[in-house]
Design a protein. Structure first.
Length: 139
């Protein structure tokens, strides 16, 4: 009778605590932060800055010289304006992202690009929530 009671208690304990132990040991969306890096990503020009800069540069260049000199100044101003306009447009459209590299417990490596500072550091334990790394409190 004593052995039967111990056996029943052992079975109940295994049923009650076994799944919890398995959940604690297996976290398929957990990992450790490997790297957090702030990255400036240059914008892409749509051509609008190029055109606007070229027109403005041509107008300004046309104000100088006369005859062939005026033509050269107009062409040179248009080229310089187009280059500058394109560069300004790219700079205006640039963006800052934070690249977070995570070594997942499964052995995979995942990289996330976030628009805001994630307030994470190398070595932090994280969970993936809504496809974003979030600092874990219990792992």
């Amino acid at each position: 009778m004593k052995k039967l009671t111990l056996w029943i208690v052992a079975c109940v304990a295994a049923l009650a605590f076994g799944p919890l132990a398995a959940l604690a040991a297996d976290c398929s969306n957990c990992g450790t932060v490997n790297l957090v890096k702030k990255v400036e990503e240059k914008g892409k020009g749509s051509g609008l800055g190029l055109i606007a800069g070229g027109v403005l540069g041509g107008v300004v260049g046309h104000q100088f010289g006369s005859g062939t000199g005026r033509t050269l100044a107009t062409v040179g101003g248009a080229a310089a304006g187009a280059y500058a306009g394109n560069a300004v447009e790219k700079n205006v459209k640039s963006d800052t992202v934070w690249r977070v590299v995570v070594d997942m417990d499964s052995g995979d490596k995942r990289t996330f690009e976030l628009g805001n500072n994630p307030d994470l550091a190398s070595g932090d334990r994280i969970s993936i929530v809504d496809d974003k790394p979030v600092r874990s409190s219990g792992h």
